[in-house]
Design a protein around this ligand. Structure first.
Ligand SMILES: NC(=O)C1=CN([C@@H]2O[C@H](COP(=O)(O)OP(=O)(O)OC[C@H]3O[C@@H](n4cnc5c(N)ncnc54)[C@H](OP(=O)(O)O)[C@@H]3O)[C@@H](O)[C@H]2O)C=CC1
Ligand SMILES: O=C1O[C@H](COP(=O)(O)O)[C@@H](O)[C@H](O)[C@H]1O
Length: 452
């Protein structure tokens, strides 16, 4: 059946930088042929032609790898409607233009999700409507509960998608293959053998003109509440009986329920904000002087916390999650640090324990081991087994959009997962807004805030 992807927030950064390029890849792969068109909704007073010009420029900038002919075919599929997505009359007018099944995609700031979904309750939705909501799913746990309640009034859970494009990244998907398609790792994947887990996504990018969304979100809500906790869930969950939406969501929800929020906020959490500096040759201004930023909000651009998991498999193992913007190096990985051997028969050599690193962008797996070195046979050396993962044909957003359009929830987050993730983050938000943890400044281009 013909579907129309209705992108609410169709003039935003996400739409231009990631959704349109993902769609162009799907056009090139023949995955949209004749079945899907796209209707963008924004507040700019643009004609369809003007929107198409904007889209063409964004595609030239961000989809250079997709042949121009496929970009042109996507541009031909694009429609545009001006409207306020929180106004039922505007939404009614937009949906009246949609032939067939609408797939309504909320590419909006998280503060606009609730008024938009409430406005949709006043519109008669066509049979088979799907609704996809970006991350972070709301502002806090109460907001997420309310969003879930409204969403369930609009569509059944199987047609409600809470998207998280990290679930469509090669390395993140590969956590499943590595853990559950190999015999090797699962027997040591527990507190008896694992010392600690780090999930790090450091970015060299700064604000990039996104104050409208980011300055009221901050790094904790933008990255840790969703992308990083989802990675934790995949690393720590019990084996699913199948790789499908229902099984994965159930296992992820179980482990998220068992996560104990940071115990001591001053010790277990770090928040930081970048000042002016140079990142890989590019000058970045102080975050507070970026257009649209209100310094009084004290928005963090770097967030870090350590949690433990109250279950048999993981009791006592710290999971450290960290993400920041404008950092000097883009360390992006899940690192599983194993415990030292119980007895080292090689004299007093000081050895690092084994570590398994699952690297993101570029995607690779590295297993660092202690092995015989050159020269003296029993002088051990650190060696790495390194595997580059082949790039996916589709970007994370290409894959995610394909799944959403097909109604496949494998890469979606369930209502429970969204609420549980807020339950974990909420005490940190409360402690930070009560000033219990200092906001540490770090120069753009540095390694991040000094933990003091
Ligand atoms: N940008 C990114 O790299 C990524 C973003 N995301 C998620 O995507 C979502 C959007 O982020 P992003 O695109 O960066 O934010 P932007 O601020 O760039 O875009 C938000 C869009 O929503 C529109 N909008 C806001 N309120 C209304 C309204 N009442 N009626 C109509 N349109 C409205 C804005 O229009 P206007 O310009 O008129 O304000 C703008 O087009 C967020 O939830 C974010 O977490 C997820 C992954 C990556
Ligand atoms: O969701 C988001 O993700 C991006 C990082 O993901 P990437 O795939 O673009 O590397 C982050 O920059 C952004 O702030 C956040 O909203």
């Amino acid at each position: 059946m013909q579907a129309t992807l209705v992108v609410l927030g169709g003039t935003g950064d996400l739409a231009g930088r990631l959704l349109l390029p993902g769609l162009a890849q799907l056009v090139q792969a023949g995955a949209l042929d004749g079945d899907v068109d796209v209707l963008a909704v924004g507040r700019d007073d643009w004609s369809e032609q003007e929107y198409r010009e904007w889209a063409r420029t964004r595609l030239a900038e961000h989809a250079g790898h997709v042949p121009e002919e496929a970009q042109d075919r996507l541009v031909d599929l694009l429609g545009y409607e001006r409207g306020d997505v929180t106004a039922p009359d505007d939404l009614r007018r937009v949906l009246a233009r949609v032939p067939g099944r609408p797939v309504v995609y909320l590419a909006l700031p998280n503060t606009v999700f609730l008024p938009t979904l409430e406005a949709l309750t006043e519109v008669e939705l066509p049979e088979g409507t799907t609704i996809a909501v970006e991350k972070p799913f709301g502002r806090d746990e109460a907001d997420a509960r309310e969003l879930n309640a409204v969403l369930h009034r609009l569509v059944p859970e199987e047609r409600a998608f809470r998207t998280d494009h990290f679930l469509a990244k090669q390395t993140v998907l590969n956590v499943l293959g590595l853990r559950f398609a190999n015999r090797l790792f699962e027997p040591v994947w527990n507190a008896s053998h694992v010392d600690r887990v780090e999930i790090v996504f450091d970015e060299t990018l700064g604000l990039e003109g996104r104050a409208g969304y980011y300055d009221t979100a901050g790094a904790l809500r933008d990255m840790l509440q969703n992308h990083l906790l989802q990675q934790l869930a995949l690393v720590a969950m019990e084996p699913p009986n199948a790789v499908d939406g229902a099984s994965l969501s159930a296992r992820k929800a179980d482990v998220l329920r068992a996560v104990r929020p940071p115990a001591d906020m001053a010790r277990d959490t770090v928040r930081g904000r970048y000042t002016a500096g140079t990142v890989q040759g590019r000058e970045l201004p102080d975050y507070t002087s970026e257009e649209g930023v209100d310094p009084a909000r004290e928005t963090e651009t770097h967030a870090e916390f350590t949690v433990t998991i109250d279950n048999w498999r993981w009791a006592g193992v710290p999971f450290r999650l960290r993400s920041g913007k404008a950092l000097g190096a883009g360390r992006r990985e899940i690192a599983i640090w194993f415990k030292p051997v119980p007895h080292l028969a090689f004299g007093d050599q000081q050895l690092q324990p084994d570590v398994l690193r699952l690297g993101l962008d570029p995607d690779h797996v590295t297993l660092e081991l202690n092995l015989n070195g050159a020269g003296e046979p029993f002088d051990l050396e650190r060696r790495a087994l390194d595997i580059d993962l082949p790039p996916n044909d589709l970007s994370a957003y290409g894959l995610l959009l394909r799944e959403v359009l097909a109604g496949d929830a494998t890469l979606s987050i369930s209502d429970v997962e969204a609420e549980q993730s807020w339950r974990i983050v909420e005490p940190v938000l409360a402690a930070w807004s009560a000033g219990e943890v200092p906001l540490r400044e770090y120069p753009a281009g540095s390694a991040g805030p000094d933990h003091g």
